[in-house]
Design a protein around this ligand. Sequence first.
Ligand code: ZN
Length: 464
Amino acid sequence: MKTVYRPEMLYVDGRFVANAELVVGDGGEVTETREVRELGLGVDGCLVVEMKGKALLPGFANAHSHSFQRLIRGKAESRAVSGRDFWSWRGTMYYAASSLDPQQVYDVARMAFLEMALAGTTTVGEFHYLHNAPDGRPYEDPNLLAKQVIAAARSVGLRMVLLRTAYLRAGYELPSDPGQRRFYETATDYIANMEALVRECSGNAADVRFGVAPHSLRAVPLRELHEIADWARANKLPLHMHVAEQIAENEACLREYGAAPVALLDREGLLGRDFTAVHAVHVSDEEIAMLAETGVTVCSCPTTERNLGDGIFRADDAMTAGVRVALGSDSQAQIDPLEDARELEYHLRLARQKRAVLDAGGETLAARLFECVTVSGSGSLGVAGGDLRVGAPADFFTVNLQDVSIAGNSAEDLLAIVVFGLNRSAIRDVAVEGRLIVRDGIHAQQDEIVARYKEVYESVWRGR
Ligand SMILES: [Zn+2]
């Protein structure tokens, strides 16, 4: 049976339309959007859902997540513990990574995905590099932890793109790091494990997709990177990689290969429309031109980058050159897609001492930022979605137009109010392929997910 959603405002084709209808088919796809409601027309045999006082918008795509890092929120915020820089922050992160058993990996991932769902996220790209048992040996099923994360997304109801990560070494001329022993595989094992995972988890009712994620140039040497990228391209899977997040990474890349990361990837023919460079904070003008010419998407993670002190992504220069920009919650310091969208702009305001830096004329600044967190994120992950055009999956969220953070609005200014001012308390319903996973601000399994997460938190941090 088709379902007809009747919000007070519907965001479609880059604008809000008052009193429009969204029609969703049996398969969870958008079959029609109608501007003018003609009562009684075409709703026979349909389930009609009235959404008075609500606006309905396409759901967010989180293009870069490490779900287990939800566990270190607030645990690395002092100099004494590990707060001095990115490299010392990793000590806390490695401690959490070394502590979790498979059940706990599942419990923490569900907590992260629950928070994403409550924030309006409908698709998550999980950059997953926890593979081995705590002693560094593979589990009997080397994909056990990847499957735990997939199961967590299924349980919460999010669409998942599992970006299985290749992590082969600590870095150029660095001895292997015991903190990373749960991450390491050989390139051969990586490809074999990836093949098995795709084979076992795909099927007619596939609700999970895959991507290939060489962790970084630091963690994957060039020869193996080619091998892995060739496999990804032969299998038409998107490629995601951390690129130029930290100056020290760039310096090591220069020492090893005589080129900065993006320049090296370009020289080696590794960039392309299927490639997403995560962060790309420390890149030259020439490298921005390379990203643009090859059609790369940059996934920026502003809430994490400011937390870690990485630096500021030059979104103005990149977007002017034509680079598509997606967004990710990365370390889960915060899980709020709109906060990432507005920080993309706000960091530049502070750096440039200007306002509306990413306003390029044409579409509004708010629409441009909203596109990053919806359409560009889905594109980066190689899945449909991000808008509510006919044929797209009915992935959406609704907001209460009377919420104190957005009350007083019109079709003209609502998107700017949402992008720059919405508080998560305004988000009421969230649907993935037409299936409501959040109703009136509550997820059905919320209490149980939070209770289980709190148990993991207690057991990991007790005595630390
Ligand atoms: Zn990351």
